[in-house]
Write a protein that binds this ligand. Structure first.
Ligand code: TXA
Ligand code: MG
Length: 347
């Protein structure tokens, strides 16, 4: 439970050792309670290092069906299975080429999902009938402890209603999914955007969804003779790649150059300190354009604007689409897609 206390270091720092120990024990009890609910076929929202997930026992089709119902998610959109060890990896997949093992060990645990041929123990409802399964080994200690205590792999999409903003805090989950069995609160997630998703086919690695693990990092660690492509399949193999997704409930517009004025009741999201025109509300995701900070605070900033009653529309600054900027722009464009006009530069 070291990392968990670390997450709450400001709380812990100010407490006596006795209260500190009580705090850690209380958190362990919370995880045990959550694990009990998962093992019993219930739904638990839990933190990962990327965003909060809405989890159920991946080997129990009825439990997994509750995820689709709670999220109002179409049944054609497959779920990622979360594991805490390579033992589960071997049980859930089949025909994995041996030469990709060092690559997997490089990035797992971590914010990477790998889509590979599934074994027979993975229920069809998890993969929406596909013969592949997305596997992720989160690095977050609470998530790992939860999987371990549940005794099963955990199927979990992001813990939001389908198409709405992803959650980076427990409060974001509560806003969209108030009626699920349990929400395990682990504070704000550190990465802030969903995992990078890749798949392997012969000697080709395909990027299905950009994330904090960039194409450059992936290429650096691919086995000899493998190439990386971002070619999209004609069929929808990852609905996260749909043009509209992760949307706030208020119109969102992306700009490159800061406009000199905004309509009344506008909210402004910027990624570096600068002089701004008069505006109802502004949020800085970073003071100096640090992309790790931008990613970590992106969904939080959008949630805050969504929740501010006197804001009717949101303007957000773009970032350069390089490195981690690719994933950040991917989320921004999808969030803004339904609100773009025909003349928009971002369609
Ligand atoms: O960081 C994350 O990945 C978070 C945390 C909770 O782990 N999860 C997440 O799940 O973002 P979700 O369901 O919101 O996005 C997963 C994406 C979906 O777009 C889904 O279509 C795709 O992964 N996916 C899952 N299994 C797949 C498969 N077998 N083939 C292709 N795409 C798959
Ligand atoms: Mg999602």
């Amino acid at each position: 439970m070291k990392q968990q206390c670390f997450l709450h270091k400001n709380f812990c720092k100010n407490q006596s050792p006795r209260i500190f120990m009580y705090f850690c024990a209380m958190q362990t009890n919370d995880i045990q309670k959550a694990a009990h609910i998962i093992a019993g076929g219930g739904l638990v929202a839990f933190p990962t290092e990327t965003v909060y997930g809405l989890g159920a026992n991946a080997l129990n089709p009825e439990a997994v069906a509750k995820i689709f119902a709670a999220k109002e998610r179409p049944s054609f959109d497959p779920l990622i299975v979360h594991i805490d060890s390579f033992d589960w990896f071997a049980k859930l997949t089949t025909n994995v080429p041996a030469e990709i093992s060092p690559f997997l060990e490089q990035f797992m645990p971590g914010p990477l999902t790998v889509v590979l041929p599934k074994s027979d123990i993975v229920p069809d409802i998890v993969t929406s009938g596909l013969n592949t399964v997305g596997i992720r080994m989160p690095a977050n200690d609470i998530a790992r402890k939860l999987i371990q205590l549940s005794g099963c792999p955990i199927a979990a999409p992001s813990a939001n209603k389908f198409g709405q903003l992803s959650p980076s805090t427990a409060a974001h989950v509560r806003k969209q999914l108030p009626n699920i069995d349990y929400i395990l609160d682990g504070g704000s997630t550190s990465v802030g955007i969903e995992s990078t998703i890749i798949t392997f086919n012969n000697n080709e690695c395909t990027l299905l969804r950009p994330g904090i693990i960039t194409p450059e990092e992936i290429e650096k660690h691919l086995p000899l003779g493998y190439t990386l492509t971002t070619k999209k399949s004609k069929s929808i193999i990852a609905p996260g790649l749909l043009q509209s997704h992760y949307s706030p409930k208020k119109p969102l517009f992306i700009f490159d150059t800061l406009p000199s004025s905004f309509p009344p009741k506008s909210g402004l999201i910027l990624h570096a300190e600068q002089a701004i025109p008069a505006i109802e509300r502004s949020i800085f995701t970073s003071l100096n354009g640090n992309l790790l900070e931008v990613a970590a605070h992106l969904f939080s900033a959008l949630h805050t604007m969504e929740d501010t009653p006197n804001i009717e529309r949101i303007y957000i600054q773009s970032v350069a689409p390089q490195g981690l900027g690719i994933a950040i722009m991917d989320r921004m464009k999808k969030a803004a897609f339904q609100y773009q006009t025909e003349n928009s530069q971002y369609i």
